[in-house]
Design a protein around this ligand. Structure first.
Ligand code: URA
Length: 241
């Protein structure tokens, strides 16, 4: 159980500086349990706290864990240069509480992107030692052949990589479409592997991370949702249970 003054709680949730949060409260813009709270020093228990700011409902969260269905033409970089950044698709509170993408997708890659403000979660998810499979659907320029599938499963040598990189699963979905499962997350890995195997990737979508499936989340492109405990538990390798 932890009680904090309301201005401090609002600041922790990304509503701006302490001063700005104090003004929000004093101006009567914050409602808790149906009551407008105007004294910013009032302490509230954060566990289970629900409140609204300018009429929008919020729930206190120590950290946020989000899934975004990333559209194309959108950059994961913190300082996007050619396209809008993924943070522009989220409420501004998230940028203010330092939510960041977990790893990166290329600007033209679509699909499942995790985002969080929890540094240890980001670190753990990005760790190569965790062997969390990432599942991609790649559209190819040239037809998919059994030889291409074999090649990707056997491993391809990429420039700058000491050892060949292999897909842990590679299945033909259509004449020009492959499902590719990778455990690493090297720079442009799917595209580079397809190029090294003699084809060319024309579109790429990440559909799953661990056992968390974009299809089950039901997000349209550009939409996001919170990930709760049960969904976070799916972010692991099937072998680790
Ligand atoms: N592999 C790629 O080539 N691009 C991505 O965005 C992700 C994996």
């Amino acid at each position: 159980m932890s009680k904090y003054p309301l201005d401090r709680i609002l600041q922790s949730q990304g509503f701006g500086t302490r001063k700005w949060c104090r003004e929000l409260v004093e101006d009567g813009d914050v409602v808790i349990g149906g009551e407008v709270v105007t004294d910013c020093r009032t302490p509230f228990e954060t566990d289970g706290l629900e409140f609204s700011v300018y009429g929008d409902p919020w729930k206190y969260r120590e950290h946020v864990y989000l899934a975004l269905n990333k559209p194309a033409d959108c950059e994961c970089s913190r300082k996007p240069s050619h396209h809008p950044g993924v943070l522009s698709l989220l409420p501004e509170q998230f940028a203010l509480r330092d939510v960041q993408p977990v790893g990166r997708l290329d600007h033209d890659t679509t699909g499942l992107l995790l985002m969080s403000d929890d540094g240890s979660f980001i670190h753990a998810q990005s760790s190569p030692n965790r062997h969390i499979p990432k599942i991609y659907v790649a559209t190819t320029h040239d037809p998919v052949t059994p030889k291409l599938v074999e090649h990707l499963l056997a491993g391809v040598k990429l420039h700058d990589e000491p050892a060949p990189l292999a897909a842990i699963v590679c299945e033909m979905l259509d004449t020009h479409q492959l499902k590719i499962v990778l455990e690493q997350g090297k720079y442009h890995q799917v595209k580079r592997m397809l190029a090294a195997a003699g084809n060319h990737c024309t579109a790429l979508c990440r559909t799953e991370i661990g056992q968390l499936k974009l299809g089950v989340l039901g997000l349209k492109e550009g939409e996001w949702c919170y990930l709760e405990k049960e969904q976070l538990a799916l972010l692991r390798s099937p072998e680790t249970g």
